[in-house]
Design a protein around this ligand. Structure first.
Ligand code: F6P
Length: 552
């Protein structure tokens, strides 16, 4: 039996009524004042991640209706179909099995294939990481989108666990301003270039791979062609194309791994090179633990499902069009960019599984920066802007600057340690203060009692106070992680994957294709030859004029 779309359910009708009656005017401040247990009642524990969902615009009635909505949309059946390897990516006729990449041997479909490649990849990793023997000091990962963003996010996140003698570099953009500064300082004899591409046809990656090969051959000198075998590796589902390019060290994966879900596959090679085989396996194990939670926890305790339900509540009832993510850990600074692809490429769709236009909004805009930096840039708008933007804070309890040191310390002189501890408390205090400020706000009456040191003398007190008023009641979620270990990072990413799955399943869209990127690619191929000829015939006026200007 076909699962209904969320807006065709009884729970949706009930939620609509509830929103009109009380949901729209829900206020967090009385909700906390009237319920001493609210924080506890709206907190969930998942592997490696604790979530405080209490500063969100919902009460037990809303949550109950959202859970009923999930059940009516048969979320569990769709989840189980994904985990069993059914071809739920129906527009490409593919299974969606990134969860199989992190399951123990024998526990998921394609297990032998997965573990054979993983074992081979990690054996290679350990050889390269023996830098005294391998001579490799620099790794350049060339890839874009899912072949870049995952590794580029995880490598700094796990810097505390990284090999200190191997420096990881990432090149993605077709713009030469990306690759030139990377290659400029490197010695080909000390460099491993990874060409990472699921298809091995992506324009940007192929162009950069060609430049890297030319750079390598020019710089290596005699014996360069033969040395490509040692200094280039490919991670791809298209092993034949990699061989044609001249790369013999190849690690494959499969069409049932979506690009944005691929860091667990051979695409994770840069991560494994940075943190080593043992920690890479811990990353996979952390993700697997979250997979089990997603698969087994009842909906009432299921964190990814509840986050996905909140996303639907905010997008389709409150009409919030964006969500900001604020990781209070500098290592997670690339998480917002990673989540942009994960969520917006997955759920940025306007038709349902049957191709019918959707009468409601889908993917929000996902954006953000590491805290506290964002506070000094766009938080003004979060606090006093006209749009309400739910914020997701991520706090990490215990810092770790260098896991190789018994105390996880900085490697800096002992006297520096007290200062670092103090910095960490400042970081966490900022994180809590921001979610407090968003919720509590500040009434004009309160602001009027304050002295505004910088106000012009010609302004009356009320006007100044209005500028210093905060509406408050702005929602946020706080995720807490004990320590940013490989297992914690794995669990966190898997949490986001399943949360995106949940909203996509309720919206009844295909979260696993990405046809929306194709039109631009096709038009680019048509335009490219015109850059050689200058021909503008048949182009629209704007494109023709811009082409002339760029070539003039
Ligand atoms: O253009 C979008 C996209 O297809 C992404 O989905 C993918 O992650 C990226 O390009 C890179 O593709 P590939 O790994 O095949 O080079």
């Amino acid at each position: 039996m076909q699962a209904p779309r969320c807006d065709q359910t009884a729970a949706w009708t009930a939620l609509t009524a509830q929103f009109t009656q009380s949901g729209r005017s829900f206020d967090l401040r009385p909700a906390f004042a009237n319920d001493a247990q609210r924080a506890e009642a709206f907190s969930l524990n998942a592997p490696e991640v604790f979530a405080d969902l209490s500063k969100n615009h919902w009460d037990t009635e809303t949550r109950g209706l959202l859970l009923a909505l999930a059940r009516e949309c048969r979320i569990e059946a769709r989840r189980d179909a994904m985990l069993a390897g059914e071809p739920i990516n129906h527009t490409e006729g593919r299974a969606v099995l990134h969860t199989a990449l992190r399951a123990p041997r024998g526990a998921a479909p394609f297990s032998d294939d997965v573990h054979d490649v993983l074992d081979r990849l990690l054996a290679y990793v350990e050889q390269v990481r023996d830098t005294a023997t391998s001579g490799i000091r620099h790794v350049v990962n060339i890839g874009i989108g899912g072949s870049d963003l995952g590794p580029q996010m995880v490598v700094p996140a796990l810097d505390a666990f990284a090999h200190r003698g191997l420096k990881l570099h990432f090149v993605s953009n077709v713009d030469g301003h990306d690759i030139v500064p990377v290659l400029r300082g490197l010695d080909p004899r000390e460099t491993l270039v990874i060409v990472a591409s699921k298809t091995f046809t992506t324009q940007e990656t192929m162009a950069n791979a060609e430049v890297a090969r030319a750079w390598f051959l020019a710089g290596y000198g005699e014996g360069g062609e033969a040395a490509i075998a040692k200094h280039f590796a490919a991670t791809t589902t298209n092993v034949a194309a990699a061989a044609k390019f001249g790369i013999t060290t190849t690690f494959g994966f499969w069409d049932w791994v979506g690009g944005r879900y691929s860091l667990w596959s051979a695409i994770g090679l840069p991560i494994a090179l940075a943190i080593g085989a043992e920690h890479f396996r811990a990353l996979l194990a952390g993700a697997h633990a979250m997979d089990r939670h997603f698969a087994e926890a009842p909906l009432e305790q299921n964190l990814p499902i509840q986050l996905g339900l909140l996303d639907v509540w905010y997008r389709n009832f409150h009409g919030y069009t964006s969500r900001s993510v604020a990781p209070y850990h500098q290592g997670l600074r690339r998480l917002p960019a990673y989540l942009q692809q994960l969520e917006m490429e997955s759920n940025g769709k306007c038709v349902d599984l049957d191709g019918q236009p959707l009468p409601f909004g889908t993917s929000p805009v996902v954006w953000g920066e590491a805290g506290t930096n964002g506070q000094h840039a766009y938080f003004q708008m979060l606090h006093q802007g006209t749009d309400v933007i739910p914020v997701e804070f991520i706090a990490v309890k215990t810092p770790c600057y260098d896991a190789a040191r018994a105390d996880g310390g900085s490697g800096l002189p002992d006297g520096v340690r007290a200062g670092l501890a103090d910095q960490h408390h400042k970081l966490l205090a900022n994180c809590l203060a921001q979610s407090q400020a968003l919720m509590l706000g500040k009434a004009t009456d309160e602001a009027i009692g304050e002295t505004a040191p910088t106000a012009s003398k010609s302004l009356d007190a009320l006007t100044v106070a209005r500028h210093r008023t905060f509406p408050g009641n702005r929602p946020s979620t706080t995720l807490v992680i004990d320590r940013l270990t490989p297992a914690a990072v794995g669990a966190l990413i898997a949490l986001y994957e399943h949360r995106v799955f949940t909203s996509g399943a309720l919206w009844r869209i295909n979260s696993f294709d990405q046809w929306g990127v194709e039109l631009g690619k096709a038009l680019c191929s048509q335009l490219l030859p015109r850059f050689a000829t200058g021909d503008t015939a048949g182009l629209d006026g704007s494109t023709a004029a811009l082409l002339k200007r760029l070539l003039g």
